[in-house]
Write a protein that binds this ligand. Structure first.
Ligand code: NAD
Ligand code: DAU
Length: 355
């Protein structure tokens, strides 16, 4: 069996659902259920004997130790993190706690677990750390895309905390021989993404007739990857990645934010047109920029293709259409995540930004 941390969040939930569609190896999901964790994402697995859930913190040493010795996973896949850049600007403390101290605690537990394994068990075991392209910092328009050898130059408390966790994972391999793998992925989108991130926020606001808040000039570039492709990349790295290596994962799909918002508006104009014929584009508003906003990310995903044969299956056109359909078909999910805490976050992040 495998232990997945943070599996009630956006990517972790998609990973578990895909994993159990692909094979029957059981999954134990350890998730703290922060505002971003949602058991509803995994509702279709209720009663499935291949799936078990434990609510808890990766930083809880005794809980993690007990789970490892009781369930004896042959892999640990670490998705658990505070993941939203804007929240890290408003309050970095939790990012340090979970992303750095939490990952350290997890590594310490896994080190002890690994040390007590037989040689045969050791040969099979992997610790896969799910990280981000943001550790590499920001690119200029003319710069080549990030490769695995780029320097780490994180610019937000979020990316700095992820960079620190990546360094710890690396150190546990070099110092203690832990069989680690790290993936650094670009921006994901798809089903179950919490509507604080650009794509679901724009879809949800558009449908509610609210403004579509574009930061700054909207020309910041991200490399967008459909979440199912990220999940298949993680499975590929877990199965065949070289121990101690890092793999960049991306969609070969650089786009300015404004193009993303226009694509969403175009799809909604087609699939859920306003009764009066107005375009959703009319809801776009420019708001004050994110402090320290990284201008451009781009991933060179040639290493994972060359060494492991992975390439994304979706194009942006197919992935964004599926995603918009999913949000249109899942109004109850959207409704359920827009709790008081969500409304407070929206108020905190968007009030006071100049229009
Ligand atoms: P998310 O915020 O949607 O989910 C994070 C999950 O982790 C939640 O279920 C939350 O409850 C859980 N969690 C938080 N703190 C925890 C703790 N201390 N112990 C146990 N569980 C805890 O995040 P996501 O977008 O699904 O991202 C998952 C991982 O992938 C993160 O490590 C993130 O840095 C990385 N990543 C995300 C993206 C992206 O575009 N979303 C891209 C590249 C890498
Ligand atoms: O690059 C990978 C990273 O992508 C992950 O590591 C992070 O976990 C994930 O949150 C994401 O970070 P970003 O900051 O790029 O994602 P976000 O969706 O918050 O923003 C995407 C872009 O859209 C960014 O340039 C900021 C802009 N934006 C975002 C919001 C929420 C807006 O213009 N308006 C908004 O309201």
């Amino acid at each position: 069996m495998i232990l997945v941390t943070g599996g009630a969040g956006f990517i972790g939930a998609n990973f578990i659902l895909d994993w159990l569609r692909e094979n029957d190896e059981p999954v134990l999901n350890l998730d703290k259920l922060t505002y971003a964790g949602n058991r509803e994402n995994l509702a279709e697995l209720s009663g499935d004997p291949r799936y078990a859930f434990v609510q808890g913190d990766i930083g809880d040493k005794s809980l993690v130790g007990e789970l490892l010795s009781r369930h004896r996973p042959r892999a640990v896949i670490n998705f658990a993190a505070e993941s939203h850049v804007d929240r890290s600007i408003h309050g970095p403390g939790e990012f340090i706690q979970t992303n750095i101290v939490g990952t350290f605690n997890l590594l310490e537990n896994v080190r002890a677990y690994y040390a007590a394994m037989s040689e045969a068990e050791k040969a099979k075991f992997r610790f896969l750390h799910v990280s981000t392209d943001e550790v590499y910092g920001s690119l200029k328009a003319e710069d080549p895309a990030f490769s695995e050898t780029n320097r780490f130059e994180p610019n937000s408390p979020y990316s700095a905390s992820k960079a620190a966790s990546d360094h710890l994972v690396r150190a546990y391999h070099h110092t203690y021989g832990l069989p680690v793998l790290t993936t650094n992925c670009s921006n994901n989108y798809g089903p179950y993404q919490f509507p604080e991130k650009l794509i679901p926020l724009m879809i949800v606001n558009a449908l509610a007739g609210k403004p579509l808040p574009v930061y700054g000039d909207g020309q910041q570039i991200r490399d967008w990857l459909y979440v199912g492709d990220h999940c298949s990349a993680i499975r590929t790295v877990l199965a065949g990645g070289q121990i101690g290596e890092t793999y960049n994962v991306g969609g070969w799909n650089e786009k300015p934010n404004l193009d993303i918002v226009h694509a969403i508006c175009g799809l909604l104009d087609e699939l859920r047109p306003h009764a009066d014929g107005r375009s959703y584009r009319e809801q776009i508003t420019y708001v004050a920029d994110r402090p320290g906003h990284d201008r451009r990310y781009a991933i060179d995903a040639s290493k994972i293709e060359r060494e492991l044969g992975w390439r994304p299956a979706e194009t942006f056109a197919t992935g964004i259409r599926k995603t918009v359909h999913w949000y249109l078909d899942n109004a109850a999910w959207i409704n359920n995540v827009q709790t008081g805490a969500y409304r407070e976050w929206v108020e905190k992040n968007y009030s006071g930004r100049d229009a």
